[in-house]
Design a protein around this ligand. Structure first.
Ligand code: PAF
Length: 274
């Protein structure tokens, strides 16, 4: 595996089918699964490792975000990655530049709680697509709204990249894998799976019979209360339609239950497709 820090060192016009896995490092099995899928499907696998400053708010965890390039490189090598692209900030952002704003799907939830976050994500992903020029880019559905933002950007800007969305990888007890899970204390780690348990219980309820809008409201509220009672500070627990990432009370189109909650100093997000 080659580690590359400069855009000019990346191969161009390689004539192979390139798969890109964009990451910010702190590799866990979720990242490794994306890399393995890319390895199985594409001729050349490029993983980008870049903690993107523009997607972090001023009071967020940019400084303390897990960074261990050697450990990440060893893990990527093990699963057969060809190129680890690990640029410095100045290589990606040589000057303040153009920002990509994706409408509709980025306005609520993470977009509302983390102003500027999705503009940072869309901008860096658009740049990575132009730099690496993959045929396919792989993302985990754990960050569902991010997946909707990137898919919408690709569609709106006619970017010639296929976005491949892969299932969330979970711990045995249901906790969605995330680089931020390392922030959890032992006690918080025990509580973590409750988010997925509530999402699952709510999904079962929505599937068990046709509920009125008020009954759906009540089911969402009950899940929120259970999480709050256990010690989470719930930001949202909602039913959204995938086309817009806005709230819905109808399950006749593709929808998902989404949740975000603060546990101590850690913000956890998760979702379940209906
Ligand atoms: O999901 C992530 O790790 C990041 O948001 C991404 C897509 C690599 C953009 O920085």
């Amino acid at each position: 595996m080659k580690i590359v820090t400069r855009i000019s060192e990346l191969p161009h016009d390689v004539g192979t089918s390139v798969g890109l896995v964009p990451t910010m490092g702190g590799f866990h099995d979720g990242h490794l699964q994306l890399m393995k899928t890319a390895r199985a499907e594409r001729d050349l696998v490029v993983v980008s490792l870049f903690v993107n400053p523009t997607q972090f708010g001023p009071s967020e965890d940019f400084e303390r975000y897990p960074r261990d390039r050697d450990k990440d490189a060893a893990l990527a090598k093990k699963v057969g990655v060809d190129i680890l692209f690990a640029p410095e900030v100045g290589e990606i952002y040589p000057r303040p530049g153009t920002t990509v704003h994706v409408p509709v799907v980025s306005t609520h939830w993470e977009g509302a709680s983390r102003p500027g976050h999705f503009a940072g994500v869309a901008t860096v992903v658009c740049k990575l697509f132009n730099i690496v020029r993959p045929e396919v880019a792989y993302f985990g559905l754990k960050d569902l709204q991010q997946c909707l933002v990137i898919s919408r950007m690709v569609e709106d800007l006619n970017i010639p990249v296929r976005v491949s969305l892969q299932p969330t990888v979970r711990e045995a007890d249901g906790l969605a894998l995330s680089s931020r899970n390392v922030y959890l204390t032992e006690e918080e780690r025990q509580l973590g799976p409750l988010i997925f348990q509530q999402l699952t219980a709510c999904k079962q309820l929505l599937h068990s019979s046709i509920l009125t809008h008020d009954q759906i409201d009540e089911a969402l509220k009950q899940s929120k209360v259970k999480l709050e009672d256990a010690g989470f500070r719930v930001d949202y627990f909602e039913l959204i339609e995938l086309a817009t990432a806005h709230s819905t009370r109808s399950t006749s189109m593709p929808t998902a239950l989404i949740a975000a909650a603060q546990l101590g100093k850690t913000r956890l997000i998760d979702n379940i497709l209906l």
